[in-house]
Design a protein around this ligand. Structure first.
Ligand SMILES: NC(=O)c1ccc[n+]([C@@H]2O[C@H](COP(=O)([O-])OP(=O)(O)OC[C@H]3O[C@@H](n4cnc5c(N)ncnc54)[C@H](OP(=O)(O)O)[C@@H]3O)[C@@H](O)[C@H]2O)c1
Length: 240
């Protein structure tokens, strides 16, 4: 199939669409002709993404959900299947980034971070990937981080969650590729989003632009023959 049209009319579910990177991914996939189901927790920010995307492509649904809440997650899956049908492209982009030294970390923050950054992606893949496999085509993109590969101080919980997400992705990459479902872990360095503002000790202006990361994501998922990316690390030119 032609790489320029391969994403046309595909259904895509994007978590974290109310955030900086999720909104950029939504715009990029809309521009390539995808039909979108966008989720986020903040109603207003999610609606703002929906409005921006609708200018590009009309088929956009928004759904407010708390990914740390099992019932909310389950309801979201049901609503997605009802409104746009089986999902072709799942982008696990939502994430939280607790920054504090070990002695200030609480078990509640640990549970919340692992729930959003790892449990929810696993649950969504568990729900949607078998349906993708049945149809013989699917893409799952997990948004990792440089913290999936290195340990940085004051972010032990986040680093643990992103290492776990990378491990999950690596395993499912092998398990699902033979069924037409390609699993990617896309790991950017710091990005110019709200979360990026909380990265300690680095210059925001040197960070990656969310639209560039989104463009890269769309590019790697269009390969449909022998070539398959497993995991991709996106770094900054200037690290300061
Ligand atoms: N920014 C960086 O420097 C950077 C670097 C590497 C990787 N990443 C990864 O990139 C992804 C996107 O982050 P971003 O930079 O776009 O940050 P962001 O602007 O802060 O967006 C984070 C998103 O996650 C959503 N979220 C958080 N907790 C949630 C929950 N309980 N239920 C549902 N949604 C929840 C937020 O929803 P609401 O806003 O609606 O609450 C928001 O849409 C994350 O996985 C992050 O770890 C970011």
């Amino acid at each position: 199939m032609d790489a320029n049209t391969i994403l046309k009319d595909r259904t895509a579910l994007i978590t974290g669409a109310s955030g900086g990177l999720g909104a950029a991914i939504a715009k990029e996939l809309a521009s390539q002709g995808c039909r979108l189901f966008l989720t986020g927790r903040d109603r207003q920010r999610l609606a703002a993404t929906g409005d921006a995307v609708r200018i590009i492509a009309p088929s956009v649904h928004e759904h407010v959900a708390d990914l740390a809440n099992a019932a909310s997650l389950e309801a979201m899956v049901g609503h997605a299947l009802e409104t746009i049908g089986p999902i072709d492209i799942l982008v696990n982009c939502a994430g939280i980034f607790p920054v504090q030294p070990l002695e200030q970390c609480t078990m509640e923050e640990y549970d919340q971070c692992l729930a959003v950054n790892v449990r929810a992606p696993f649950y969504l893949i568990r729900q949607f990937a078998p349906l993708m496999a049945k149809r013989g085509w699917g893409r799952v993109v997990n948004i990792g981080s440089s913290s999936a590969y290195s340990g940085f101080r004051d972010t032990a919980i986040y680093c643990a969650s992103k290492h776990a997400l990378l491990g999950l992705s690596r395993s499912l990459f092998h398990e699902l590729k033979g069924q037409g479902v390609r699993v990617y872990c896309l790991s950017p360095g710091s990005i110019q989003t709200e979360m990026g503002r909380h990265v300690p000790g680095q210059r925001f202006e040197t960070f990656l632009r969310p639209d560039e990361v989104a463009r890269y994501l769309a590019f790697i998922i269009t390969f449909d023959a022998e070539l398959i990316s497993e995991e991709v690390r996106l770094n900054r030119v200037i690290v300061q």
